[in-house]
Ligand binder design. Structure first.
Ligand SMILES: *[C@@H]1O[C@H](CO)[C@@H](O)[C@H](O)[C@H]1NC(C)=O
Ligand SMILES: *[C@@H]1O[C@H](CO)[C@@H](O)[C@H](O)[C@H]1NC(C)=O
Ligand SMILES: *[C@@H]1O[C@H](CO)[C@@H](O)[C@H](O)[C@H]1NC(C)=O
Ligand SMILES: *[C@@H]1O[C@H](CO)[C@@H](O)[C@H](O)[C@H]1NC(C)=O
Ligand SMILES: *[C@@H]1O[C@H](CO)[C@@H](O)[C@H](O)[C@H]1NC(C)=O
Ligand SMILES: *[C@@H]1O[C@H](CO)[C@@H](O)[C@H](O)[C@H]1NC(C)=O
Ligand SMILES: *[C@@H]1O[C@H](CO)[C@@H](O)[C@H](O)[C@H]1NC(C)=O
Length: 388
C-alpha cells in the first residue's frame, strides 16, 4: 500500500505520467505487474512504444557544457546548446532521449560547482518531460568532476532520468555508468520488447590534484556482467533471440570501427566523414600498449545480446556515418555533435541523430538520420539485415 501510494505521488507530479497510469488502468492486470521481477525502475513510469508501434529516440552527443566559463563566448556556447536542445525537442517530440557522452568540458570546471552544469543540460528535458538517460565521456572525468558525480546530480535533479550505475566491482576505475533500460510494447506487458544498453568507456583523467590518465575503454569486468544480465533476462522473460531487440550506446567507438573508415562508400554509408580516426579516436588507442583491451566488452556484447540492431557512439565530432562491422556483423553509427562546445569546424554544423523503430518487432528495421539544428536532414539510412 505504502509503495503504491509512493508511485502514485511520484506520477502525480508529472501530468503526462498521470495520463500513462490512467491509460493503464482499464486493462491493468494487477498493480503488481508494474513491478515485475527484473524491472530496475519500479518507481518510474515504464518506457513504451506508441500505440501505433513507433518508438523514437533522439540522441544528443558531445554537448560540452562549461567550456571556458570565464569568457563570454564560453557562456554563449551553452546558451546556443540549450537553444538547440529546445528547438530539436519541440520539433522531434521523441519518446526517449540519449545524451551520449561528453556532457561537460570537465577540464574547465571548478571543484565547487562543476555538477551544476548538469542542471542546465537537463532543464530542457525536464521542461519537455521526456524520459532520457546518459552515458559519460572522456571529458566528464577530470580533476574537478567524475562520471559518478554527474550521474548522481542527474538522478537528483531530473525526475525522468533513467541513468543508473553498474553494481560494485563492474566498470573499472571511474567507469560506473553501465546499465540497461527496458522498453515495453504496452505499459502492462509482463516482458519488454527492446533493451537499451549503455556502457561507460571512461577515459579522461582521475580526480584530484595528482590526476593521471584513465583507461579509455569499457572495462573487461563489463563482459561478464553483460553475459549474466543477458542470462537473467532470458530466465525471467524467455529467450531474447525470438522475443527482444536491443541497441547499445557507448561514448567512445569500439576500436574495431577504426579499420573500416578507409573503405567507407559515401553513397552506401552516407554522412559527414571529416574526422580521421587515429590515436584516441576509438577505445584503447591513446596508448598503444592498451590495444585490444576493449575486446572482452565488444566480444561479449555481440555474443550475448541477440537482435542487436546497432551500436551508437559520439566522441569524433566530424563524423556522422554508419557502417557494418563485418567481423561481428553489427551496424555501428556515429551520432552528431550537438553542443556548441568542443572542437568543430565551421561547416560541420550541430544537430542530433534520430532513431525510429516502426514496430516492436525484435528483428524489424530501424530508420535513422542526422537532423541539423536548422531542420535539414542528412544521411537517412535504413538499418536492417540488407544494410551495407
Ligand atoms: C551561437 O549561435 C549563433 C547563431 O545561431 C552563432 O552566430 C554564434 O557564433 C554562436 N556562438 C557561439 C559562441 O558558439
Ligand atoms: C579545479 O577547481 C579549483 C577550485 O575551484 C580550481 O582552482 C582549479 O583550477 C580547478 N582545476 C582544474 C584542473 O581545472
Ligand atoms: C562556478 O564557479 C565559477 C567561479 O566562481 C563561476 O565563474 C561559474 O560561473 C560557476 N559555474 C556554474 C555552472 O555555476
Ligand atoms: C600529490 O602528490 C604530492 C607529491 O607526490 C603529494 O605531496 C601530495 O600529498 C599528493 N596529493 C594528493 C591529494 O594526493
Ligand atoms: C558504393 O555504393 C553504391 C550503392 O550501394 C554502389 O552502387 C557502388 O558500387 C559502391 N561503390 C564502390 C566503389 O564500392
Ligand atoms: C543547415 O545546417 C547545415 C549544417 O550547418 C548546413 O550544411 C545546411 O546548409 C543548412 N541548411 C539550410 C537550409 O540552411
Ligand atoms: C528517411 O527515409 C525513409 C525511407 O525512405 C522515409 O520514410 C523517411 O520519411 C525519411 N525521413 C526523413 C526525415 O526524411
Amino acid at each position: 500500500m505504502g509503495f503504491l501510494y509512493c508511485i502514485a505521488v511520484r506520477f502525480a507530479s508529472w501530468s503526462s505520467l498521470t495520463l500513462l497510469l490512467a491509460n493503464a488502468a482499464p486493462h491493468a492486470r494487477s498493480q503488481t505487474s508494474l513491478v515485475t521481477d527484473l524491472n530496475p525502475y519500479p518507481t518510474k513510469p515504464r518506457i513504451t512504444f506508441r500505440a501505433d508501434g513507433i518508438f523514437k529516440i533522439t540522441v544528443f552527443c558531445d554537448l560540452h557544457y562549461g567550456e571556458n566559463p570565464w569568457d563570454a563566448w564560453g557562456l554563449q556556447q551553452d546558451v546556443n546548446s540549450t537553444e538547440l536542445m529546445n528547438i530539436v525537442l519541440a520539433d522531434e517530440k521523441p519518446d526517449y532521449v540519449v545524451l551520449n557522452g561528453d556532457l561537460i568540458t570537465g577540464e574547465n570546471t571548478f571543484r565547487q560547482n562543476s555538477t551544476r552544469l548538469i542542471d542546465e543540460i537537463v532543464a530542457p528535458l525536464n521542461t519537455a518531460q521526456i524520459p532520457f538517460s546518459s552515458t559519460q565521456g572522456n571529458h566528464d572525468n577530470e580533476p574537478n568532476i567524475t562520471h559518478l558525480e554527474e550521474i548522481k546530480r542527474e538522478q537528483l535533479v531530473a525526475p525522468l532520468s533513467y541513468t543508473r550505475t553498474a553494481p560494485p566491482g563492474i566498470g573499472g576505475e571511474q567507469g560506473p555508468g553501465t546499465y540497461w533500460v527496458p522498453v515495453y510494447e504496452h505499459i502492462d506487458d509482463p516482458t519488454p520488447k527492446l533493451i537499451l544498453w549503455f556502457f561507460d568507456s571512461r577515459g579522461g583523467f582521475s580526480e584530484g590534484d595528482n590526476s593521471t590518465a584513465l583507461p579509455d575503454w569499457v572495462d573487461d569486468t563489463v563482459a561478464g556482467w553483460i553475459q549474466s544480465e543477458a542470462e537473467a533476462m532470458d530466465a525471467a522473460w524467455g529467450p531474447a533471440a525470438s522475443s527482444r531487440g536491443a541497441i547499445a550506446f557507448v561514448h567512445i567507438p569500439p576500436h574495431a570501427i577504426q579499420a573500416l573508415q578507409p573503405d567507407l562508400n559515401s553513397s552506401r554509408d552516407p554522412g559527414l566523414n571529416a574526422d580521421l580516426l587515429g590515436s584516441g579516436s576509438t577505445q584503447a588507442t591513446t596508448d598503444s600498449a592498451n590495444l585490444g583491451k576493449d575486446e572482452p566488452f565488444w566480444d561479449a556484447l555481440n555474443e550475448y545480446v541477440p537482435n542487436l540492431h546497432a551500436v551508437f557512439s559520439g566522441h569524433d565530432h566530424g563524423n556522422e556515418w554508419c557502417v557494418r562491422e563485418p567481423t561481428k556483423n553489427v551496424i555501428f553509427c556515429f551520432g552528431k555533435h550537438s553542443g556548441y562546445g568542443g572542437y568543430s569546424d565551421s561547416w560541420w554544423g550541430h544537430g542530433v541523430r534520430n532513431i525510429i523503430f516502426s514496430s516492436p518487432d525484435p528483428k524489424g528495421p530501424l530508420q535513422s538520420w542526422i537532423r541539423y539544428e536548422n531542420g535539414t536532414i542528412n544521411a537517412n539510412v535504413t538499418l536492417d539485415a540488407s544494410y551495407n
